[in-house]
Design a protein around this ligand. Structure first.
Ligand code: ATP
Ligand code: MG
Length: 634
């Protein structure tokens, strides 16, 4: 039983059919709406996925950027950057290519999923690749290698590698230069969306920025390190003055400073040898000093030029022994001091480390060479000065020893001679007096000679004793009227003057003050001056004594018109035993007189000086302090 039949008693069958149709229509409509809703729901979900993708891509970019900026070494940067670029561009493989201006070859610091033969092929043909165009700042997008005419020449190779599409994104630095290219590859020919490319480019920009920062940082660090080492070198070199230590430090520090594997310093000795100071060179390598000039050290010394060898074994002067220890690269600089080249400083890199020397390394090595030159020169100078100072000190010591010895000798001799001489003298005088009348003329002459000579000897001993006394200050201090002293001396010499036909004069100022001292010693002073004056003045000449006061001083002058003393000898005449020799002949006397004069005068706090002209005469001037008036009465 149908419900419609029960519930529609008033409706006609036509109406029922209409209603049924309407119902059908509504049902169809509903289905259509439902379908649309489901469709919209689907679209919405898809949009959501896309938004999620974009969001996660942005998230990835932000995270990668952060980690890129935290990275401290270039080696670490490449994998992080390349992987992230590969990811945001939804690619399958990636490689980073570097085209440094200084390096002719293409460098590939990182690759993932690319075969070695393919990389090798790119290394050789990169300049023909369309990706190479990315060096002009624009990304190069190849969505299908089969249809894109640009890839024609590389198509076969790429097909073999299984690459279908790729995007080459330049690494652009903030100053708009391209330092490299990152290429992401797809295994299917699916086109890159603009979003993917933008994301990839963004990461490449950040990467280039991070790269430059790392390099700057490393450079700064390296500069700082080098600067520190260089100033260490300067400091060490200026503080050490011993040559072998300097040379060993120079080679060690230079090697470390430049980061080389080993070093050698060659120092030129006597302009014909080179002696070597090695650092980190195997001990079995013979480094004896050599005269042989066909080696690198000599070449650097002779040319005074630096030398850099990228491949030592290839060089014309290469030595088998050095090749055998594994030397690959070499850098050498001259050691310069002023206009002299003192040697060569040479650094080595061994094969295992594969490192070349840069221009900066060589510049640095040259500056170490110059510093070493100065240090070596200073060390030489210092050694010389030290040797001279030592020699001088030794001489002075020896002089002091000799003086001491001489004094002892004089003391002993005079002491030993004095007593017997006194006895001889006494007895001779006695004999002379008692026998005088009985002697034959020849005997008398002999007697006189004995007397004279004995007196001379006694005088000599007296002089010596007095000299010692003057030195050891054994003096009496009494007030003396200097005028009286001089007058009495004039009287003593009057007869001698007459005999020698020499005029003896005096010019003595009145009322002279007292002087203080030992009259015996002072008498000896004028005795010596007068006896010299007579000895060196020929007949017909004159000897004059003058005396006056000047301020608190009493001045006494003894002038003669004798032979005079050559100017260049004047400074010696007060030395003990010195005599001006004439044609190699010593004169009578011992040369002690003036030494004694000087000692005695100075012991009296006075001063003696001389002026002379050869052939005209000599003047000795003595200055003695006078006794102050209030002490004069004492
Ligand atoms: P000594 O005095 O011991 O007997 P000496 O007279 O030779 O010996 P000094 O009195 O010390 O020794 O004099 C040193 C030298 O100085 C003399 O030998 C002489 O050459 C020179 N000399 C000194 N006085 C005069 C003088 N008045 N005129 C020229 N030469 C002089
Ligand atoms: Mg004399």
């Amino acid at each position: 039983m149908s419900t419609t039949e029960h519930h529609t008693p008033n409706e006609t069958p036509q109406e029922v059919a209409e209603l049924r149709q309407q119902l059908n229509q509504a049902q169809t409509q509903l289905a259509a709406y439902e379908k649309r809703i489901r469709q919209l729901e689907g679209e919405l979900a898809e949009k959501q996925t896309q938004t999620d993708a974009v969001n996660s891509q942005q998230q990835l970019i932000i995270e990668t950027a952060q980690s890129l900026l935290d990275i401290q070494s270039v080696e670490e940067l490449w994998p992080v950057l390349s992987t992230a670029v590969c990811q945001v561009t939804n690619s399958d493989r990636v490689a980073a290519y570097l085209m440094a201006a200084a390096v002719p070859n293409l460098q590939i610091p990182y690759s993932s999923g690319i075969s070695e033969p393919y990389l090798e092929f790119i290394r050789e043909h990169y300049q023909e690749a369309p990706a190479y165009e990315a060096r002009f700042l624009e990304s190069v997008i190849i969505n299908n290698i089969m249809t894109d005419p640009r890839t024609e020449s590389l198509k076969t190779m790429m097909q073999q590698e299984g690459i279908q599409a790729y995007a080459a994104l330049p690494l652009v630095t903030p100053d708009n230069s391209v330092i490299g290219i990152i290429i992401t590859y797809r295994d299917e020919a699916r086109p890159f969306t603009p979003e993917e490319i933008t994301a990839g480019e963004t990461l490449c920009h950040i990467g280039a920025f991070a790269l430059r920062n790392i390099k700057l940082l490393q450079e700064t660090k390296e500069n700082l390190r080098r600067e520190r080492r260089l100033s260490e070198i300067t400091l060490t070199l200026s503080s050490v003055l011993n040559l072998p230590t300097i040379l060993s430090s120079v080679v060690r520090m230079a090697t470390r400073l430049i980061g080389a594997d080993a070093g050698l310093l060659g120092l030129v000795v006597d302009e014909q040898f080179i002696t070597y100071y090695p650092y980190n060179i195997p001990s079995h390598v013979n480094l004896r000093p050599s005269k042989n000039k066909d080696n690198i050290a000599w070449q650097i010394v002779e040319k005074r030029e630096s030398l850099v060898l990228a491949d030592y074994a290839d060089y014309k002067l290469a030595k088998e022994k050095w090749v055998r220890i594994g030397i690959a690269a070499l850098a050498g600089a001259p050691i310069i001091a002023g206009d002299k080249c003192l040697g060569a400083l040479i650094l080595f890199n061994f094969h295992e480390n594969h490192r070349q020397f840069s221009d900066r390394d060589v510049a640095l090595l040259e500056s170490v060479g110059r510093q070493a030159g100065i240090a070596i020169q200073n060390a030489h100078l210092y050694t010389e000065v030290q040797q001279r100072a030592n020699a001088l000190a030794q001489m002075l010591n020896r002089q002091a020893e000799l003086d001491e010895l001489k004094n002892k000798f004089i003391h002993n001799v005079s002491h030993e001679l004095r007593a017997p001489l006194g006895i001889i003298f006494g007895h001779v005088e006695l004999l002379n007096q008692s026998l005088a009348d009985d002697l034959q003329p020849e005997q008398r002459q002999s007697m006189e000679i004995i007397l004279r000579r004995t007196r001379m000897l006694a005088n000599l001993v007296e002089d010596l004793t007095a000299l010692l006394a003057a030195q050891t200050q054994e003096f009496r201090r009494e007030n003396i009227l200097a005028a009286d002293l001089i007058y009495s001396m004039l009287a003593d010499y009057q007869i001698q003057a007459a005999e020698a036909n020499i005029t003896l004069q005096a010019d003595i100022a009145p009322q002279l003050p007292l002087i203080q001292g030992d009259i015996t010693h002072l008498r000896r002073v004028f005795d010596n001056l007068l006896s010299n004056a007579f000895k060196f003045t020929p007949a017909g000449g004159s000897v004059t004594i003058r005396m006056w006061t000047e301020g608190d001083d009493v001045i006494i002058e003894v002038t003669d018109t004798g032979s005079g003393i050559p100017a260049d000898k004047l400074k010696y005449i007060f030395e003990r035993f010195y005599q001006v020799e004439e044609k190699g002949q010593r004169r009578p006397g011992t040369g002690l007189g003036l030494a004694l004069v000087k000692e005695i005068v100075e012991a009296h706090r006075g001063h003696v000086s001389v002026s002379s002209k050869v052939g005209q005469g000599t003047t000795f001037e003595i200055i003695l302090p006078s006794v102050p008036p209030d002490e004069s009465d004492a």
